[in-house]
Design a protein around this ligand. Structure first.
Ligand code: PAF
Length: 281
């Protein structure tokens, strides 16, 4: 739907972003927004394509948000490929790339401490307790600046999608949140900027994550139990089974395997790289 035979605009400035979006809205055009941290791959471009189906104008932000990284995490080494990202966005027909510096998002003296809601409990938060508060703070600020009609979030970060849906509801924002299906490589590996960290050997193991998640677990009754007669709940059984299979496949550590929102969700480590994925049950 997007109207696009003019070159993509790019700004680092909130005021320029707001002026442009206001002009579009005054002309009756709907605005879809895709927030990213850059290092763009086909998964991000699929979000852009979805955005273009829903609105006349598409804004993409590129901002590596320090607030969602703990001090020991990879903020410093997170891949930054701005020029290549901008070329991809231009080719994808994006109208405006917003590439703010930190001061534009976190002006001094304007701290906010929005807390992530119920959806943030468990799963990622058990292992990255800072993460969703960092996400909701940056997303709320970006929403306030971009004022989109629609915002697209990938289903790969399924819990994040749920946290953002809850945020919009809690803040009463007139923004429609749309989840985009997970983009995968030919082996089913969910595309992620962090896949760039994987060695060839690790990549081969990483590709087993989705395969193992998809495997049907045998029913609990068909598995002998240590205590003889102890009844395992099917979820516990499936969870342990999947964890075991991941470790056997070569993953170094499994943070969680859980079922929620009609999905089976997992996070596991390969060396220094943490991968997440989920599938519909
Ligand atoms: O999913 C991401 O890339 C980030 O968490 C987001 C939504 C851009 C916020 O920094």
């Amino acid at each position: 739907m997007s109207v696009n035979n003019i070159p993509m605009l790019r700004t680092e400035k909130r005021a320029a972003l707001e002026d442009t979006v206001a002009r579009w809205k005054a002309a009756g055009q709907r605005v879809a927004f895709v927030p990213t941290m850059g290092a763009l791959h086909e998964g991000h471009l699929s979000l852009v394509r979805l955005a273009k189906q829903h609105a006349e104008r598409v804004v993409v932000s590129i901002f590596v948000n320090p607030a969602q990284f703990a001090p020991h995490e990879d903020f410093g080494s997170y891949p930054r490929t701005l020029e290549a990202d901008l070329t991809k966005l231009q080719h994808a027909g994006v109208d405006l790339a917003y590439t703010p510096l930190a001061d534009e998002i976190y002006p001094k003296g304007q701290d906010s401490d929005i807390k992530a809601g119920e959806a943030a409990k468990g799963l990622e938060s058990d292992f990255r307790p800072h993460f969703f508060d960092g996400v909701v703070n940056v997303v709320a600020r970006l929403f306030e600046q971009v004022k989109p009609d629609i915002a697209i979030f990938g289903e790969k970060d399924y819990q994040q999608l749920k946290v953002v849906e809850e945020l919009v509801q809690t803040l009463g924002l007139p923004i429609e949140i749309i989840g985009a299906p997970i983009a995968r490589d030919a082996h089913g590996l969910a595309l992620s900027s962090r896949n760039a960290y994987l060695s060839a050997e690790e990549l081969a193991i990483a590709r087993k994550l989705n395969v193992i998640l998809r495997k049907e677990s045998p029913t609990p009754s068909s598995r002998p139990t240590a205590g003889g007669g102890e009844i395992l709940r099917s979820l516990d059984y499936a969870r342990d089974d999947i964890k075991e299979a991941l470790l056997e496949a070569g993953f170094d550590k499994v943070d969680y395997v859980e079922e929620r929102w009609g999905r089976k969700l997992a996070a596991a480590w390969l060396g220094k790289t943490r991968l997440i994925d989920n599938i519909e049950i």
